[in-house]
Design a protein around this ligand. Structure first.
Ligand SMILES: Nc1ncnc2c1ncn2[C@@H]1O[C@H](COP(=O)(O)OP(=O)(O)OP(=O)(O)O)[C@@H](O)[C@H]1O
Ligand SMILES: [Mg+2]
Length: 393
C-alpha cells in the first residue's frame, strides 16, 4: 500500500529529486556569491525536493535528501567561509532548518501511512467481524428452521401414534362386540337352516327363511370385517418387490379402472430395494387407497400409483441408512376438506352411502404393524396418500 501511495515509479521520483537538487546546486555555483538575494532564493528552493522526498519516501527520504542537499551546498559555503558579508551563518542555519524540514515531512508522512495502514486493518477486521456475525446469524436461522421442522415432525409423529392407539383401542372394542354378536347370530343361522328343512315345501316359510338367512350372512360378513379390523393378523413378513406388488394390485383391478374412466400413471423408481412386508396385506392397503381414489372421481380422472426410495419420511428420519420405500396413490378428485382430514382414518367414518368407513382404518393398522407411516395430503387438485415402509426391520 505504501508503494502505491504516491503514484508510479520510485526510480523516476529519485531521478526527479536528484535533478532538482543538481539544478539548484548548479545555480548556487553559477551565480556570483555577492548576489545574496538569489542565493537565499536557491536555498529556499532546496525545500521543494527535500519535502517531496520526505513525502514520497517517508523518514528515509526526509533524512537522506536534505543531507545530500547539504553536502552539495557545503563546498559553496566553505568557499565563502570567513566572508561574513556573504551570510555564512544564515546559510548554516538554513541547512539545519532544511534538514529539520525534511525529517518532519518524512516523519509526518510515516505517521500518516501508519494511520492509513491501521485504518485499513481496522476496516478489514470490521469486515471480517461483520461476515462472522452474518455467518452466525445464518446458522441461527438455519437452526431455527431445523427446530421448526423437528417440532412439526414431532407433532406429526404424535398424531400418528395417537391415531394408532385410538385405532387399536377401538379395534379391540369392535372386535369384542362383533364376536359377541357372532355367536347368537350363528344360532339364528342354524335355526333358520333347521326351519328350512322342517318346512321344506312351504313356499311362504321358504320366502321368510331365505330373507333371514341372507341377512344373517350379510351381517356375518360385516362382523368378520370388524373382527379383521379389530384383531388384524400378524403380518407374515417376506421380501417384497415393490414393483411386483404394484403390478399385481393393478392386475387384480382388471377392467375396474377403465370402466370408471380412470387412467393410470405408474411411476416406479428404478432399482428399488425389496421391502420386508406381508405382500397380501400391502396389496390390501394399496387396493383400499386405489378404490377410494376411484370413488373420489365419479366422472373419471387420473390415478397415479408409484413407489420411490425415501431416506427421510415426513414425520421421522430413518434411524439407519436403509430408509423407506414410499408408495404413492394420488387422484385428481375434489380433495378432502381440511376439517375432515383429521377423521378419515377413524373407523366407521365415511361420507359414502354404502361405505363402512373401515378402508383407511384397516390400511392404517396394517401400516402400523409394518412399522411404517401413512400420510395424506389433499387439496382442490386432488388427494395423495403416501405409505412408507422401512426397508430394514
Ligand atoms: N382419495 C380420496 N378422495 C376424497 N376423499 C377420500 C379419499 N379417500 C378417502 N376419502 C374420505 O375418507 C373417508 C373414509 O375412507 P375409508 O376408505 O376409510 O372409508 P370408505 O371408503 O368411506 O368406506 P369403505 O372403504 O369401507 O368402502 C371416505 O368416506 C371419504 O370421505
Ligand atoms: Mg374406502
Amino acid at each position: 500500500m505504501r508503494k502505491n501511495a504516491f503514484g508510479p515509479g520510485r526510480a523516476l521520483d529519485i531521478a526527479l529529486i536528484g535533478a532538482a537538487l543538481a539544478v539548484i546546486t548548479y545555480l548556487h555555483y553559477a551565480t556570483p556569491p555577492e548576489q545574496l538575494a538569489y542565493h537565499a532564493l536557491y536555498r529556499a528552493a532546496y525545500y521543494l525536493p527535500v519535502i517531496y522526498a520526505g513525502l514520497r519516501f517517508g523518514l528515509a527520504g526526509g533524512v537522506v535528501a536534505p543531507i545530500v542537499a547539504s553536502l552539495l551546498y557545503a563546498p559553496w559555503v566553505v568557499l565563502f567561509i570567513g566572508r561574513p558579508e556573504h551570510g555564512v551563518l544564515p546559510a548554516a542555519v538554513d541547512v539545519l532548518i532544511l534538514n529539520g524540514a525534511g525529517w518532519m515531512a518524512g516523519l509526518l508522512q510515516e505517521v500518516g501511512w501508519r494511520r492509513r495502514r491501521e485504518a485499513l486493518l481496522y476496516a478489514e477486521e470490521q469486515r471480517e467481524a461483520r461476515e462472522e456475525l452474518e455467518r452466525r446469524a445464518g446458522r441461527i436461522e438455519e437452526m431455527n428452521r431445523e427446530l421448526e421442522r423437528r417440532l412439526s415432525e414431532k407433532k406429526e409423529l404424535e398424531e400418528q401414534v395417537r391415531r394408532a392407539d385410538k385405532l387399536a383401542a377401538l379395534g379391540q372394542l369392535v372386535a369384542g362386540v362383533a364376536h359377541e354378536i357372532k355367536n347368537p347370530l350363528s344360532v339364528v343361522r342354524t335355526t333358520v337352516q333347521v326351519m328350512e328343512r322342517e318346512f321344506a315345501g312351504d313356499e311362504h316359510v321358504a320366502e321368510f327363511t331365505r330373507v333371514i338367512r341372507d341377512e344373517c350372512d350379510r351381517v356375518n360378513a360385516r362382523l368378520t370385517q370388524f373382527i379383521g379390523f379389530g384383531r388384524p393378523s400378524e403380518p407374515a413378513f417376506a421380501d417384497v418387490d415393490p414393483h411386483e406388488t404394484i403390478e399385481a394390485t393393478l392386475a387384480m383391478l382388471g377392467r375396474f379402472l377403465p370402466e370408471h374412466r380412470v387412467t393410470v400413471e405408474v411411476e416406479i423408481e428404478e432399482d428399488l430395494p425389496p421391502v420386508p412386508a406381508d405382500d397380501s396385506q400391502l396389496r390390501q392397503v394399496l387396493l383400499n387407497l386405489i378404490i377410494n381414489a376411484v370413488e373420489a372421481m365419479p366422472n373419471g380422472g387420473e390415478l397415479t400409483i408409484g413407489a420411490r426410495r425415501n431416506r427421510d419420511v415426513g414425520v421421522r428420519r430413518s434411524h439407519d441408512d436403509a430408509g423407506y420405500v414410499t408408495f404413492v396413490v394420488a387422484d385428481t378428485g375434489p380433495g378432502i376438506p381440511e376439517p375432515d382430514l383429521a377423521r378419515i382414518f377413524d373407523p366407521f367414518y365415511t361420507t359414502k352411502p354404502t361405505g363402512t368407513g373401515l378402508g383407511l382404518a384397516v390400511a392404517h393398522r396394517i401400516v402400523d404393524a409394518h412399522g411404517g407411516f401413512i400420510e395424506v395430503e389433499s387439496g382442490p387438485q386432488g388427494t395423495t396418500f403416501r405409505v412408507s415402509l422401512p426397508v430394514a426391520r
